[in-house]
Design a protein around this ligand. Structure first.
Ligand code: ATP
Ligand code: MG
Length: 383
């Protein structure tokens, strides 16, 4: 396909003068951008800088208002992502687009333009195993997606793009939901892909050390415009931060000493099962007091998710107790705990924490359906 005719370092994908407007905002303003075969080209920008928009234009998901796109030197006009996929461009979205109830392999082959009418799972699994070996991914193809950690889901998204023959791989904030160890694994895979001449565009909001470590070039976007595009060797954390925000930055690291107050939450010998029915929590105990920020470290898949869900009342405890200010809340419902003052922000905020098609008002008032201040006879008082 694409790379057959291209050498390492040749321009694979190029955007010239891309402008994309949304009502009231110019998301991309005359952007020039290119990516070469074998290159890891990071895109940096604060929230709303226009990174996702630019990549969606390059992936054929948005049509630009102005500007041109070239693939392997030829001008293209993408009518939909199918056209981009056909030419070897793949995208791993910021918000996962997997179907939780389906297996890994089903998700990877789902919607493949050349899947045909008859499913050949055996052949597909051989091809996917080959990709896993080549780029160092480890996932159980038969597992259901809802059972996977964020890092494994990420791997599935990447495999999905590679299975479709992606040679330019665009990744939207690939590390934002990953633990440090998962991030390490991902970076190793990205390096393997670049060794194999794939062109990779990770775009990342604030993790500058990652940009400095893996990328060959870095483009900084600010308010829809390119403010710089340099070889990563020339960049430092400070120079990139200043370009990101457009002014001098002082890194502050002083910390205030906080007095611990009364005990708020106490967990005693808590045990719980995982979704796969193995022992996820085994007699965990700790206590948190007022004024305290309590961190829990661990490689993902070692019970953190189950612990948080038990605390939020979304998963049953097998044994053990949870106390809020000395009140036993172990068997309270999640809504009762919420009324008692326990908030819960899930890792998957789009999938679990909110309803994407609802407005901000509808989302923020969802939990108040029982509250007369907000709802009258089942109807939300918008005012
Ligand atoms: N579909 C859309 N409709 C209307 N406005 C949009 C749409 N998509 C993006 N925008 C606006 O365009 C601007 C750029 O958004 P974009 O999502 O490209 O930024 P980003 O750099 O990816 O930010 P983030 O780091 O938060 O993901 C923002 O002001 C955003 O509100
Ligand atoms: Mg984005």
């Amino acid at each position: 396909m694409l790379l057959d005719d291209l050498k390492r370092g040749d321009v694979v994908l190029e955007a010239r003068g891309i402008t994309k407007r949304f009502p009231g905002v110019v998301a991309n303003n005359k952007i020039d951008f290119e990516i070469k075969a074998g290159e890891i080209h990071a895109i940096l920008g604060e929230n709303g800088a226009g990174k996702t928009t630019l990549m969606k234009v390059l992936f054929g998901q948005y049509r630009p208002d102005e500007g041109e796109i070239f693939v392997g030197g030829t001008r293209v006009d993408f009518k939909s992502p199918l056209d981009a996929i056909e030419l070897g461009i793949g995208m791993v979205h910021q918000h996962r687009k997997l179907i939780p109830a389906h297996s890994v392999i089903e998700n990877i082959i789902l919607g493949h333009p050349k899947a045909g009418r008859i499913l050949n799972l055996k052949r597909a699994s051989q091809e996917i195993d080959y990709l896993c070996d080549k780029y160092g991914f480890t996932v159980d193809l038969k597992a259901k997606v809802w059972q996977l950690s964020e890092g494994e889901k990420q791997a599935v998204e990447i495999l999905k793009a590679l299975y479709r023959g992606a040679e330019v791989l665009i990744m939207d904030e690939p590390t934002s939901a990953l633990t440090p160890l998962e991030t390490e694994k991902l970076l190793t895979s990205i390096e393997a892909m670049s060794q194999n001449n794939l062109a990779i565009v990770p775009f990342i909001t604030h993790k500058l050390p990652i940009v400095l470590r893996i990328s060959d070039r870095v483009t900084v976007l600010r308010r829809g415009e390119v403010v710089s595009c340099i070889s990563t060797e020339m960049a430092t954390e400070k120079s990139l931060t200043e370009e990101l925000v457009g002014r001098d930055v002082i890194f502050r690291t002083e910390r205030k000493v906080v007095e611990r107050g009364e005990e708020i939450l106490r967990v005693e010998n808590l045990s719980a099962l995982s979704d796969k029915d193995f022992q996820a929590l085994n007699s965990v105990s700790f206590s948190i007091s007022e004024g305290e920020i309590f961190g829990i470290a661990g490689v993902s898949g070692n019970g953190q998710r189950e612990l948080v869900e038990v605390l939020a009342g979304l998963r049953e405890a097998e044994s053990g107790k949870v106390f809020l200010y000395d009140t036993d809340i172990t068997s309270e419902s999640s809504s009762k705990r919420w009324q008692l003052g326990i908030g819960y922000i899930p890792a998957d905020r789009i999938g679990v924490g909110s309803i994407a098609d609802f407005s901000l008002v509808d989302n923020t008032t969802l939990n108040y359906y029982f509250d007369d201040d907000y709802y009258h006879r089942g109807t939300l008082d918008h005012k």
